[in-house]
Write a protein that binds this ligand. Structure first.
Ligand SMILES: CCCCCCCCCCCCCCCCCC(=O)SCCNC(=O)CCNC(=O)[C@H](O)C(C)(C)COP(=O)(O)OP(=O)(O)OC[C@H]1O[C@@H](n2cnc3c(N)ncnc32)[C@H](O)[C@@H]1OP(=O)(O)O
Length: 386
């Protein structure tokens, strides 16, 4: 931002202090809510695979170990009945899937973003930047423009779409929003993440059981800005430092790929172990020599990629029971909603902070972790304002 003083142009382009999350909202599709204990029966019946008894038993074993109780989906049995090609990877179905997500994904994001904007209390036209992350963006102009239009953002809003970042998409979008807010005085960034599994859904086979057992649909939105803050704006979490780390030689263990029959994905069995082995290094890097003596001094916002990922982090960092309670709660209630999940975890943490008011505040400092294809780890050091 520039101003004229005594005939000179004075440049004030940076925000004050670290960026902060100012408001947040979440949403899930209302089409289908499936308890985890009936998921296997539904999937095998719908895909006419009940005769694959060994596969079905394995799916049941996996479902029981996920730590998930229920998940929301945009896709319904009626839609699958109307599109039998969704069940057969040999048949082309990408076009039909894209047609559906092109409408559904921006709408889902709109529901979450509208909640965040209402909580923020300023008009949607005050948003200067939009960062939208999804693994369901397959056209140009993309879901970011659709969302901007649905929300009535101003035509000068600066839009960025992050595509196929998978489960670290939310972390990456927040990291980017922090940099935008701190480098553009007065900027207010809407971060939106919306994911729906309908681009990946298919008949159960040996390769896709874990994905089908874990993933669900949801959207999260956060408004990010740096000082000076408007009257009425209250930082929920300060975003102190952020780093991204790629674990070398792991690009083959986690990924997604577009095919004529939908999006294929693979999750190697080593993923939880690899994350566990590398997470402490990422944290030390983010703390840049100023790490606490015990990781228990922090509060934790960890992407619940899967139950063993959380278990390994507990073990490696020697965390006390309950430190990852917000992550486990979100996993239990919604499953892994890929990039949107981290917003649910942050929202759950601030809800718990409110409930605990009057005695057990969150520790002042915290860490956010999100993981995805790469393997990429997004780490952010947070501060809960006193
Ligand atoms: C109308 C309906 C609509 C429905 C729509 C649904 C659509 C879903 C589509 C989803 C697509 C989304 C794709 C997104 C991709 C991005 C991924 C990421 O970025 S992020 C990160 C993603 N997160 C992760 O990568 C973590 C995922 N992992 C986990 O959460 C757990 O390991 C677990 C729950 C799967 C098992 O619990 P654990 O305590 O380990 O229990 P055990 O050791 O006892 O094993 C039990 C059985 O599971 C086996 N098995 C285990 N792992 C794998 C594997 N990878 N591979 C294969 N198999 C595996 C194991 O061999 C054993 O078999 P068996 O001996 O019984 O025959």
């Amino acid at each position: 931002m520039a101003a004229r003083t005594n005939g000179k142009m004075v440049i004030r382009q940076h925000g004050e202090g670290p960026a902060a999350m100012l408001a947040m909202g979440t949403a899930n599709p209302t089409n289908l809510l499936l308890p985890q204990d009936v998921f296997t029966d539904n999937l095998f019946r719908l895909s006419k695979c009940d005769h694959l008894t060994e596969l079905k038993e394995k799916m049941n074993r996996i479902c029981q170990k996920t730590g998930i109780e229920k998940r929301h989906f945009h896709l319904t049995e009626e839609t699958v009945d109307a599109h039998p090609e969704f069940l057969d990877r040999e048949l082309p179905s990408l076009d039909a899937r894209i047609e559906m997500v092109t409408i559904a994904v921006p709408k889902l994001a709109q529901s979450a973003a509208a909640k965040a904007i209402t909580e923020w209390g300023r008009p949607a036209t005050d948003i200067t930047h939009l960062v939208f992350s999804t693994y369901s963006a397959w056209e140009a102009p993309s879901a970011d423009l659709k969302l901007a239009t649905l929300l009535g953002l101003r035509p000068t809003v600066c839009r960025t779409i992050l595509s196929l970042h998978g489960c670290y998409g939310g972390g990456r979008a927040l990291h980017l929003a922090k940099e935008l807010a701190e480098n553009n005085r007065g900027a207010r960034i809407l971060v939106a993440c919306a994911e729906t599994t309908l681009v990946c859904f298919g008949s159960p086979d040996g390769a896709n059981l874990v994905g089908h057992a874990l993933f669900g649909d949801g959207a999260g939105a956060i408004i990010v800005g740096a000082g000076p803050f408007d009257e009425g704006e209250r930082p929920l979490f300060e975003m102190v430092t952020a780093t991204q780390t790629t674990i070398p030689r792991t690009e083959h263990v986690l990924g997604m790929q577009a095919t004529a029959g939908g999006i294929d994905f693979h999750l190697a069995i080593q993923v939880p172990m690899l994350i566990g082995q590398n997470v402490e290094l990422c944290l030390l890097d983010a703390f840049d020599g100023d790490a606490p003596r015990s990781w228990n001094e922090l509060f934790w916002a960890v992407h619940p990629g899967g139950r063993p990922i959380l278990d390994n982090i507990d073990t490696v960092l020697k965390l006390e029971p309950g430190k990852l309670a917000a992550s486990r709660h979100v996993l239990r209630e919604y499953g892994n909603m890929s990039g949107a999940t981290i917003v649910f975890v942050l929202d759950e943490l601030r809800r718990r902070r409110k409930e605990e008011d009057g005695g057990h505040l969150l520790p002042e400092w915290g860490a956010m972790l999100a993981f995805g294809p790469g393997i990429t780890i997004e780490t952010m050091l947070l501060r809960s304002p006193r």
